[in-house]
Design a protein. Structure first.
Length: 207
């Protein structure tokens, strides 16, 4: 499952780094996935010709599109990969990235753009009045699968990884997401930055 390759960053855009993984495969490393912590100036951390590891997040063969993460927590994670509802098993603990928040809870995204909503009551072992005070967009977090309903295509997860602390919430409908590149594969990438654009803004929600 863990495949390594050499590559180069072709350019820096407002959406992140465009990385060449192989001769005919390029990938986007979104700004939200350049590091475990938010980088105000990514160009200060990544230098020309640096070698880094990345892990495939999203693959779309029909559009020849690949997205990767440089987050060390995800790259080095040994936890099971969830890229579809079929991968989710009750009790399974995996990593996800917080990609949205509101007063009711947090939106988290797994691999291949597979995402769900975590109600505020499942966001912490203790009471949380405002999730934005405890969590942040782009934060990598462990999630425990509470229940899976294949028929309704729904999934319930919790940030409370202690099996003994389980609550039941309403089902949340799921949107399920290069033939040779699969979500979860790891690559070693050579950075060769040609652009000097320093404006980074997230245009799409990915993991």
């Amino acid at each position: 499952m863990f495949t390594y390759s050499q590559g180069t960053v072709r350019r820096i855009t407002s959406s992140g780094f465009i990385i060449s993984l192989a001769e005919n495969i390029t990938a986007l490393a979104p700004t939200i996935h350049l590091s475990d912590v938010k980088l105000t100036h990514p160009e200060r951390k990544f230098k020309p010709q640096d070698t880094v590891k990345c892990r495939v997040l999203v693959t779309n063969p029909s559009e020849k599109r690949v997205s990767v993460t440089l987050k060390k927590t995800l790259v080095n994670s040994n936890l099971p990969i969830v890229a579809s509802l079929a991968d989710a098993k009750e009790g399974l603990v995996t990593h996800a990235v917080i990609t949205g928040m509101n007063r009711a809870g947090c939106f988290v995204t797994f691999y291949n753009g597979f995402s769900t909503f975590v109600p505020v009551g499942e966001c912490s072992e203790t009471f949380v009045n405002d999730v934005s005070e405890k969590f942040s967009i782009g934060q990598t977090i462990k999630c425990r699968v509470v229940s899976v309903d294949q028929e309704k295509k729904s999934l319930r997860v919790s940030f409370r990884t202690n099996v003994g602390s389980e609550k039941v919430h309403k089902d949340v409908d799921m949107d399920m997401g290069l033939s040779d590149t699969k979500a979860g594969e790891v690559f070693a990438v050579n950075l060769l930055v040609f652009s000097t654009i320093h404006c980074f803004g997230e245009r799409r929600r990915l993991i």
